[in-house]
Design a protein around this ligand. Structure first.
Ligand code: GLA
Length: 682
């Protein structure tokens, strides 16, 4: 609800204490002579930059030899930045071990599943389980924290960089030993491991834990539970590296927030567990201008980032001002896309917009990656856009710290994702992102606000919970969902759910396992569809025909009633979508037609959109800590769109243009508005 007007002066960012929204980027001054730094800081000021990430790949520059430390340059740099009012997100620089360390200890280099040791010469070349690497990384983090803990420029610690980028796993002997220790903690005995892994199949029994190895390249598919445990272990091994660095930082500089940059919704790391270790969730997001659905995927990632810490503001720590350099074909962003997509992150909870990188590199792999300050320098369109956007962002300072409210939640469980995509399933097409995207797209089109939750999250504020897939499902997760429905919430589960337990073993009686009673259905047999095949599905009461692709199931209704049936094919007449009280089940993949079934659920749940808007307009509300509501309207369409404002938004001022809105607002193609609630406008 809107609160009385306040001064309008943006509050300091709740963690970094930098006023307003954060603006800046990765700054790699080690690539430039110091004369350039002097120009950089002046230009940063001109662009409204208030935070830069420093030192991400500077290990070799800071510690050029085992006992050589060079901090003078960093001292000068931090002073210079501070003197120009630019705060620092200081990296621990541990993502790229220097050559001297690698040559002295070649065992720090990671090994692939095929047994190939990866060479020095790129980045992220380390084995997460290597005690040598871990000790060296912690030593570096300690040295940085000892020196800069009290530095006035220090606003945020940036641990490592993109854990799980390039190297998500290492198969060396050290990792194998670490894996065995992890397994010993998990299972306690080889008998329990044999049981959990189902090693009676294919004669895979182990006589002792010492015989177990990582799932290296083998003649055929490797034991699925071994692979699942390996994924759990790899996420944990990287997390152990992170924890070790974090511990040093919090010990030496208590009160300075710590983050590590996530890579949007990516598979290798269970970000729920990681987020527990972050003071601030930060994300690197690179929407692809070549993808017509890119804004939907981006919204999804941003909603996830906001959800990882229960709705707390997060930070877009990297995005590209224009093109990236790592796709096969790197399309630039148009000026309008650059602005709109950056605002989209703020609309969905980011307290700022930072880019990779500040100044375009002249050398190295990323020299063709766009930057806030392009190769052309200040006499360039890109630079003018950097300055213009900085000024726009400064107008939105009042939204800093703002939160959003959603009545719908999507369940995301990394373990289930990992297990879903293991080998020899009924269909290899059942990928988590393929299954999730149509559900999310339907909500996005309808401007329905949505959070992500993990099994066990308190669901009190939600009316609808969606589980597009829960292939791996523990009994306690079924219990959690059942309590939600018992309290009146509407639940919809997608196909191939409730199939296996935490050891990837099929639930007795088959799917949906522990959900059987709640959903009132049982799956007789999975009936995946051939590539390209579609099967018509008819909604009850002649409400229309939908198309199933990828997947169907021979479903038997027990307590449930069919909501839709297959109209053709071997399952003709059988239930495709069912409902049992307020628990709905989709036994098929409805792709682009998912929304038709979601509409039934949303209506039953009484979920309302943020605002009634044209399909291509994205609408979100962020409520600032002082209660002021901000309505973001983003037109992703290539035509102008009209938005009718409800009574309580009439007269609201658009913070981007400064103009007050009447009852109707016209957004140009790829244009945006950020309305401050009229009763709170200052
Ligand atoms: C990642 C990395 C950066 C940079 C960018 C380029 O996000 O963290 O160091 O390589 O990609 O897009």
């Amino acid at each position: 609800m809107a609160a009385p007007a306040t001064s309008g002066v943006p509050a300091a960012h709740h963690l970094t204490r930098v006023p307003g929204l954060l603006y800046g980027g990765d700054y790699n001054p080690e690539q430039w002579p110091e004369e350039v730094w002097a120009e950089d800081v002046v230009l940063m000021r001109q662009a409204g930059v208030n935070l830069v990430t420093v030192g991400v790949f500077a290990w070799g520059r800071i510690q050029p030899g085992p006992e050589r430390w060079e901090f003078d340059w960093l001292d000068r740099l931090l002073e210079l930045l501070h003197g120009h009012g630019v705060a620092v997100d200081l990296a621990t620089a541990t993502a790229s071990p220097p050559a001297w360390l690698v040559r002295a200890h070649p065992e720090v280099l990671p090994v692939t599943a095929d047994g190939v040791r990866l060479e020095f010469g790129s980045r992220q070349h380390y084995c997460p389980s290597s005690p040598v690497y871990r000790a060296a990384a912690v030593r570096l983090a300690r040295a940085l924290a000892q020196r800069y803990a009290g530095h006035p420029a220090l606003a945020l610690w940036h641990v490592h960089n993109e854990y799980g980028d390039h190297v998500t796993e290492c198969f060396c002997a050290e990792s194998a030993a670490d894996f065995r220790r992890w397994l010993a903690r998990r299972y306690g005995s080889v008998e329990r491991l044999n049981q959990a892994w189902g090693t009676a199949a294919w004669s895979q029994q182990y006589g002792e834990l010492a015989e177990v190895e990582p799932p290296r390249r083998a003649p055929g598919p490797v034991n699925p539970t071994q692979q699942l445990d390996w994924r759990r272990f790899c996420s944990d091994a990287l997390l152990a590296c992170h924890r070790a660095e974090r511990a040093v930082l919090t010990e030496l500089s208590p009160g300075v927030p710590v983050t590590t940059n996530f890579m949007s919704m990516s598979k290798p790391l269970d970000y729920w567990r990681w987020a527990e270790e972050e003071d601030l969730v930060s994300d690197d997001a690179y929407p692809d201008p070549a993808d017509p659905q890119t804004q939907v995927r981006a919204a999804l990632n941003y909603d996830l980032m906001r959800s990882l810490k229960g709705g707390a503001p997060w930070l877009l720590l990297e995005q590209a001002p224009s093109a990236v350099s790592w796709r096969a074909v790197n399309l630039p962003k148009t000026p309008a896309q650059r602005r709109l997509w950056a605002l989209q992150a703020v609309a969905r909870g980011s307290d700022g917009v930072l880019s990779f990188q500040w100044r375009a590199s002249r050398a190295g792999t990323e020299k063709f990656h766009s930057a806030m300050l392009p190769h052309r320098g200040t006499d360039s369109r890109g630079w003018r856009e950097t300055v213009r956007f900085g000024a726009e962002l400064a107008r939105l300072g009042s939204v800093a710290g703002g939160r959003s409210r959603a009545e719908t939640a999507i369940v995301l469980d990394w373990e289930s994702w990992w297990a879903l995509e293991l080998d020899e399933h009924p269909s290899a097409r059942m990928r988590w992102s393929t299954l999730l995207l149509p559900w999310y797209t339907a909500l996005h089109r309808r401007a329905v606000a949505v959070d992500f939750v993990r099994p066990g999250t308190e669901l009190g504020g939600y009316r609808a919970v969606l589980a597009p897939n829960l292939y791996l499902l523990r009994p306690e997760t079924a219990q959690w969902l059942s309590e939600f429905t018992a309290q009146g919430g509407q639940l919809m589960c997608g196909p191939f759910s409730g199939v296996v337990d935490g050891h990837d073993q099929v639930h007795p009686g088959g799917a949906p396992g522990p959900l059987r009673e709640l959903l009132g259905v049982v799956v007789d047999e999975c009936w995946p569809l051939a590539d390209g095949a579609t099967v018509p599905v008819e909604l009850r009461d002649g409400d229309g025909t939908l198309a199933a692709t990828l997947w169907s199931e021979w479903l038997e209704c027990e307590a449930a009633v069919p909501v839709a049936r297959y109209a053709e094919g071997p399952l003709a007449g059988r239930p495709a979508v069912t409902r049992h009280a307020n628990a709905w089940y989709l036994g098929c993949h409805l792709g682009a037609d998912t929304g038709a079934v979601l509409d039934l659920l949303l209506a039953a749940a009484g979920v309302a959109p943020v605002l009634t808007v044209p399909e291509e307009v994205e609408a979100t509300v962020r409520t600032a800590p002082d209660g002021r509501d901000h309505l973001f309207l983003l037109n992703h369409g290539h035509r102008a769109a009209q938005v009718a404002l409800p009574d309580h938004w009439r007269g609201a001022r658009d913070l981007l243009t400064g103009t007050a809105q009447a009852d109707r607002l016209t957004l140009g193609p790829l244009d945006a508005a950020v309305l401050l609630h009229p009763r709170t406008a200052t």
